[in-house]
Write a protein that binds this ligand. Structure first.
Ligand code: SF4
Ligand code: SF4
Length: 140
């Protein structure tokens, strides 16, 4: 995905980013990344339609690790991050590509992923755990 492709009517969100959005405190991979993330969170407050995917999304599109529409953060990122997205879909009983209102997906994630044991196979290898309100709130 190239920069600037965010569609006003529907926002593409890869499944694990449903969690990251809720833990965001202003940290990220670059200034552009942080600005875009804050913009998406602002849009989500108005309950737009989301499409839940397992590839690069409207958050990845401003990430320096996204190259030619693929996450290339680490050696195993291409399949590894997709696996994390698939695990989130399993926990939430959702199919890839599903569309719906932001609040419904966020409520579902909150209801299904309540404790550290619920998210250990999702957030376990993330570099941002210490800065992430979602992770910290489930670690207490
Ligand atoms: S710990 Fe990492 S993967 Fe988990 S919600 Fe936070 S930022 Fe996302
Ligand atoms: S590290 Fe990968 S999955 Fe995370 S935002 Fe960047 S491109 Fe997307």
């Amino acid at each position: 995905m190239q920069r600037g492709q965010m569609n006003d009517s529907i926002i593409n969100i890869r499944a694990h980013h449903l969690l990251c959005l809720q833990g965001f405190q202003g940290y990220g991979y670059s200034q552009d990344f942080v600005r875009n993330m804050a913009e998406i969170i602002k849009k989500i407050e108005s309950n737009p339609e989301l499409q839940i995917i397992t590839g690069c999304d409207d958050i990845c599109s401003y990430c320096p690790h996204q190259l030619e529409g693929v996450c290339q953060k680490d050696a195993g990122s291409v399949s590894g991050i997709k696996d994390v997205d698939r695990r989130v879909l399993q926990h939430l009983d959702l199919k890839e590509g599903i569309k719906g209102r932001a609040r419904d997906f966020i409520s579902l994630a909150k209801a299904r992923l309540r404790s550290i044991s619920d998210i250990k196979d999702i957030c376990g290898d993330c570099d941002w755990k210490e800065e992430c309100l979602w992770f910290v709130s489930r670690s207490q």
